[in-house]
Design a protein around this ligand. Structure first.
Ligand code: NAP
Length: 346
């Protein structure tokens, strides 16, 4: 069986995903597209020689009986309406982050999915599919480094555009750490706090950069995450988990080491797309394969989208108050609990 995709939003990541489903992955096919800018939809159909219908909007695309799964890659504020329409029609959904721009919107999606009765939605938090993070998780879950006590993370970009604002450091940048870390350490966040170190002269007047975010979990693990989006030298993602019995580091992105002019060197990537390119392939292949195999997607859930939204909101509040702000999550519904969590509860 081929999983037939309808794509809502054919901009940067939408066209990347169309390319990977069409040219690199197996078991998926693009059969419909839509974009508010019809010329953009037409361009991708021509560029990738798709046999796909171009629809005027998301509702018309979702209503197409030929569409099994909806890929939501429009801009964030449009996601909730498209995801809800797809659930209503009983279609699978792969939604790029954010699932919705508010915690309430994410909760509406959670409720709609539970009402439907089985998992339909996967959120595009691709770091869970990065081989480095997978190895870190194995080191934690196998108890190799003992109980995690602290985590130290770095998220640096060489530079950002003029429209990048201080709160985007949370909603667009830290959001990936927010998702991957609670998955990694099997814990939920309890509180967050944000500090602003001395500002780099490379940041525009409206942007506070860098930022240092502290997240504390229910069991007391303290995470420090640096976001520095004008670091100049490269796209640099670091993560170190300090456990009771040892320490585990996220591996550096592999590259050759050079010796020249009395210097030992390794290249650092400049573009985030290159850093996680394999993870994007693996996440979408897993979406296709797990639906075919089990009838449900296997990756980050609507509930994970909700956790990300609540935590990001608390971080933005903490940016404004300078105080430690609580992360107040609703109780996790049994619908979203994994086998381990169900066993722990009983
Ligand atoms: P983009 O290049 O601006 O693409 C978004 C596209 O969707 C644009 O063509 C836009 O048209 C269109 N669009 C907006 N509203 C729409 C609607 N209601 N129906 C149909 N099309 C609509 O942005 P992008 O960089 O691809 O990002 C898209 C989403 O992916 C964002 O939510 C972003 O956060 C997420 N993303 C995730 C990652 C990741 O690492 N997981 C990376 C990049 C992006 P106009 O340009 O005419 O407005």
């Amino acid at each position: 069986m081929t999983l037939k995709f309808g794509v809502i939003g054919t901009g940067a990541i939408g066209s990347e995903h169309i390319k990977r489903i069409t040219n690199h992955l197996s078991g998926g096919k693009i059969v419909a597209v839509t974009d508010v800018n019809e010329a953009s939809a037409r361009n991708v159909v021509n560029q990738f020689e798709l046999d796909a219908v171009i629809y005027p909007d998301d509702k018309a695309l979702v209503a197409d009986d030929n569409v099994d799964a909806v890929l939501v890659t429009s801009w964030g504020p449009a996601h909730e309406q498209s995801v809800l329409a797809a659930i209503e029609a009983g279609k699978y959904v792969f939604c790029e982050k954010p699932l919705a721009t508010t915690a309430e919107g994410c909760m509406r999606i959670v409720e709609a999915e539970m009402k439907h009765g089985k998992r339909l939605v996967q959120v595009g938090f691709m770091r869970r599919y990065d081989s480095g993070y997978v190895q870190l998780k194995q080191a934690i879950d196998s108890n190799y480094i003992g109980d995690p006590l602290m985590v130290r993370c770095v998220h640096r970009n060489p530079s950002v555009g003029e429209n990048y604002t201080t709160d985007m450091a949370i909603h667009d940048t830290l959001i990936h750490e927010i998702d991957v870390l609670h998955w990694l350490i099997n814990d939920d966040y309890k509180s967050v706090q944000v500090a602003f170190p001395k500002k780099t002269s490379r940041a525009l007047a409206h942007l506070s950069d860098p930022q240092l975010i502290t997240l504390e979990t229910n069991s007391g693990i303290i995470i420090t995450a640096e976001v520095f989006v004008n670091c100049q030298y490269g796209y640099d993602i670091q993560c170190e988990v300090i456990g009771e019995e040892g320490v585990a580091y996220l591996p550096e992105f592999p590259g050759i080491t050079t010796r020249k002019n009395a210097k030992l060197g390794t290249s650092i990537l400049m573009d985030w797309k290159d850093r996680f390119i394999e993870a994007y392939d693996i996440e979408l292949q897993d979406f296709i394969d797990s639906i075919k195999k089990t009838g449900e997607p296997n990756g980050p859930t609507s509930w994970d989208g909700y956790i990300a939204a609540v935590t990001a909101d608390a971080c933005v509040k903490a940016q404004q108050t300078g105080e430690k702000e609580p992360v107040t999550l609703a109780e996790k519904p049994g619908f979203y609990k994994n086998e381990k969590e169900v066993v722990q509860q009983s």
